[in-house]
Design a protein around this ligand. Structure first.
Ligand code: ADP
Ligand code: MG
Length: 251
């Protein structure tokens, strides 16, 4: 079997026996998770259970103590050029929009491709306008982030991540800082992305999104994956007491 065929059949994202401590706190406990090409996995769980740390470890914004994380068959290296390349395979959208405040919307989206992917500026602007069109904010291209609503800014953040042509997109509570009336425009953009076949790991408590777009729900508590199920099963009849308890508080 060639390396290429191996990679297409293997998981796109693979975590094997991943452990991480913050001092005494064992924040990720023996995490095993495989996400297939095109799969959408929703990660849900109480505050402090390690969801953000998990995302940050996959993007190598956090180191891990032991275990192994691979993206498309390539193990995350410690550092160096190889890490920059692998990291560009992983797009990330955070709770806070994290746009560059002093750059226009268009510049926010073109900066990475020009600087990191060495795309020619003219091509980068063309691609960026297509992406901004796709997320419905092309008419805001020349404005600055502060002139946009939270929902618009978060859609720009999604376009900016997509401009790097990632293989997988991580979303860490992308709607929890938004006013309620703006949540759906962001979730709809994400549902669209899922339908187009993007591989996604999404930390969210938005059950509607999970039901519409997720192939699997992973429930975390105290640094462990406690339960994995399809969304319908998870939300209607979770098997663990911790998941039942958690759902009784958020539903
Ligand atoms: P979640 O996203 O599920 O709310 P986090 O991954 O943010 O959980 O945090 C898990 C635990 O790790 C929490 O107890 C948090 O206080 C702790 N933690 C997160 N980041 C750090 C850090 N940089 N240093 C020390 N403790 C941290
Ligand atoms: Mg978090």
């Amino acid at each position: 079997m060639t390396r290429e065929t191996q990679n297409t059949s293997a998981a796109l994202v693979s975590l094997k026996s991943v452990n991480k401590h913050f001092g005494q706190l064992h924040v990720l406990r023996d995490i095993n998770l495989e996400v297939a090409h095109g799969e959408v996995v929703v990660v849900i769980g109480p505050s402090g259970s390690g969801k953000s740390t998990l995302c940050r470890a996959i993007n190598r914004l956090e180191t891990i103590d032991d275990g192994e994380i691979s993206i498309d068959g390539a193990r995350l290296p410690e550092e160096g050029a190889q890490l920059a390349k692998l990291r560009s395979d992983v797009g990330m959208v955070f709770q806070s929009f994290n746009l560059f405040a002093h750059k226009t919307i268009l510049e926010n989206v073109t900066l990475g491709p020009i600087k990191v992917r060495k795309v020619k500026p003219e091509q980068a602007r063309k691609d960026a306008m297509d992406l901004l069109e796709h997320v419905g904010v092309a008419n805001q291209a020349d404005k600055f982030p502060a002139q946009l609503s939270g929902g618009q800014q978060q859609r720009v953040a999604i376009a900016r991540a997509l401009a790097m042509k990632p293989k997988v997109m991580l979303f860490d509570e992308p709607t929890s800082a938004l006013d309620p009336e703006m949540i759906n425009e962001v979730l709809d953009t994400m549902v669209g992305l899922a339908k187009e076949g993007m591989t996604m790991i999404v930390v969210t408590h938005e059950m509607g999104f999970a039901r519409k777009a997720a192939n699997r729900v992973v429930f975390m508590a105290e640094g462990q994956i406690v339960e994995t199920a399809d969304p319908e099963t998870f939300f209607t009849s979770p098997s663990s007491d911790r998941a039942k308890d958690f759902l009784s508080k958020i539903l």
